[in-house]
Design a protein around this ligand. Structure first.
Ligand code: UD1
Length: 372
């Protein structure tokens, strides 16, 4: 039985911060020694630093400064640097979140050192092995001792893949802990005034998936379709650096009404999301956040690893055909959008349930009889 005293929490890329902040705070409040390591996968102030302030998260104890590179090189860099970090600062448990390259890299290093791994947001599956995130989440799950799932489909996938029930803990959605904690503050910011928008009178879009932005033809068609929506309501587009670079490289002209903005901080984006008429996105996390807020969301992908946002929440999986965007948006803007309901366990207390599991102790994989 292991009752961890020293926990190292990992953040690396933008979608990690809002999942790790509540876990870090809950574990520290229980008296554990918690160390925060930032791999540096995201490094622009607007993709990283602003989140620490917005979420009230302490500065990282270590910054590995890996930066951008192709997938294998970035993963390898994180592994080398995190191995040295663990050598200098041993831990009983390494806590990782989500499905980015930093998640898999640090989980693997801990596993190779015989250190227990906890995975926040375990069990999600898109069934699309071409997505780097699908590779990362499946491989991370299989080397984790504690699998913290957000919804029942996560448990089902893990059990079907042969992972023992004793490793699976359905704690709910940690990202929604952050959302509930900061929602009121986000609504008080003057973001809408700054951007010249009226509550309920605009749409928001984000795009960054390789499948949407790496092919110039697909990207141009998506931008044109967003232009059709922008003919009806202003569409605000806080743009990921990789998408901006692709638009510039391809020389794509921006239709009027489509308003490009710098990537926003957590609070500003939350405020914008909570008051929009419609979200159009290929993000994973935004599908969940709009479900928690009851805001209609059109997901511009062919699959989702978050089906509960469609079956229960406010999400519609529209697919990646740009021609379907304007008709679906028009319907929602006419008032026919899905509002859905909030799934069980997305209640703002997931981090407390995670801390209960960690502090209650568990038998790590290294101490289990073979095959169990
Ligand atoms: C990563 C995650 C993705 C997540 C996304 C959220 C992986 C495999 N992908 O994708 O799951 O949804 O983060 O944003 O881990 N760049 C900057 N500044 C930064 C970071 C990146 O300009 O601070 C640019 C660089 O040109 C870089 C490119 O964005 O090469 C891609 O960054 P990378 O971290 O490799 O992947 P993301 O597309 O951000």
């Amino acid at each position: 039985m292991l009752v961890p005293e020293r926990v190292t929490c990992i953040v690396g890329a933008r979608p990690n911060f809002m999942k790790v902040a509540p876990a870090h705070a809950a574990l520290a409040a229980r008296g554990l020694q918690v160390r925060l390591v930032h791999t540096g996968q995201h490094y622009d102030a607007k993709m990283s630093a602003v989140f620490f302030d917005d979420l009230g998260m302490p500065r990282p104890d270590a910054f590995l400064d890996v930066g951008s590179a192709n997938h294998a090189v970035q993963t390898a860099r994180v592994m080398e640097r995190f191995d040295a970090e663990l050598e200098a600062h041993p831990a009983d448990l390494v806590l990782v979140a989500g499905d980015v390259n930093s998640t898999l890299a640090t989980a693997l290093v801990a596993s190779k050192r015989g250190i227990a791994v906890g995975h926040i947001e375990a069990g999600l599956r898109s069934r699309d092995w071409t997505m780097p995130e699908e590779q990362n989440r499946i491989l991370t799950d299989h080397c984790s001792d504690l699998l913290f799932t957000p919804s029942p489909d996560g448990d089902e996938h893990l059990l079907a893949e042969g992972i023992g029930a004793h490793r699976i803990h359905r704690v709910g959605n940690l990202m929604i802990d952050s959302l509930r904690k900061h929602q009121d503050r986000a609504l008080q910011l003057p973001t809408l005034d700054r951007l010249g928008l009226q509550a309920g009178g605009y749409a928001v879009t984000t795009l960054h998936r390789p499948s949407n932005v790496d092919d110039p033809e697909q990207l141009a068609a998506l931008v044109a379709a967003l232009g059709e929506v922008a003919a009806q309501v202003p569409v605000i587009f806080p743009i990921h650096p990789r998408t901006r670079a692709r638009i510039e490289q391809a020389g794509i002209a921006l239709p009027s009404g489509l308003q490009l903005a710098q990537p926003l901080g957590y609070l500003e984006f939350l405020g914008l999301m909570a008051q929009c008429a419609l979200m159009l996105t290929d993000s994973g996390g935004i599908q969940e956040e709009t479900t928690a807020l009851g805001v209609p969301c059109l997901t511009l992908r062919d699959n989702t690893e978050r089906p509960v946002t469609v079956s229960e929440g406010s999400n519609t999986l529209l697919g990646s055909d740009p021609a379907s965007i304007a008709p679906a948006a028009t319907e929602i803007l006419a008032g026919d959008g899905k509002r859905g309901r909030v799934p069980v366990g997305w209640d703002g207390h997931a981090s407390q349930r995670l801390a209960d599991v960690v502090c209650g102790g568990f038998v790590p994989l290294t101490e289990r009889p073979p095959g169990t």
